[in-house]
Design a protein around this ligand. Structure first.
Ligand code: 2BA
Length: 110
């Protein structure tokens, strides 16, 4: 058995869960926060048989989209004034999905 941990953007999470349920997969969504942007994202835990991993990855690929986000770097006021120019927002591309596939040693439902 495998545990798929997929970190997706909040806006994509509903469509991903809907598609997973429609295909008969079981999943748990946890509300999480990205360490870099410090914005809400969603972590979806999906326990599957090894033969189902690729099918779940296809669903994630179909429903998770990359988007461009802007971050405003914070410079201390004194420093910004010393630089005598505005600190430019930094553009980053987020997603589609960051996925980890782990082996499951034991699975129990008690
Ligand atoms: P965040 O940490 O908020 O990162 C959002 C996006 O910012 C990243 O998108 C990446 O494009 C950029 N970014 C992250 N760290 C950076 C850095 N040190 N310098 C420059 N740009 C940086 P993604 O790579 O698509 O990641 C989306 C989210 O997936 C991340 O949100 C984080 O929550 C998670 N994630 C990504 N890689 C991970 C990893 N190796 N371990 C755990 N979580 C991860």
């Amino acid at each position: 058995m495998k545990l798929i941990i997929a970190i997706v953007q909040d806006v994509d999470s509903r469509a991903v869960l809907k598609a997973l349920m429609a295909e008969g997969y079981r999943a748990t969504k946890v509300s999480t926060t990205g360490g870099f942007l410090v914005r809400g994202n969603a972590t979806i835990l999906i326990g599957v048989e090894e033969t189902q991993v690729d099918s779940v990855l296809s669903i994630l690929r179909e429903h998770c989209h990359a988007r461009r986000e802007f971050v405003s770097p914070m410079a201390p006021l004194g420093e910004a004034a010393a630089m005598r120019h505005w600190v430019q927002p930094l553009e980053v591309e987020v997603g589609g999905a960051t996925v980890f596939v782990l082996g499951v040693e034991r699975f129990e439902q008690l």
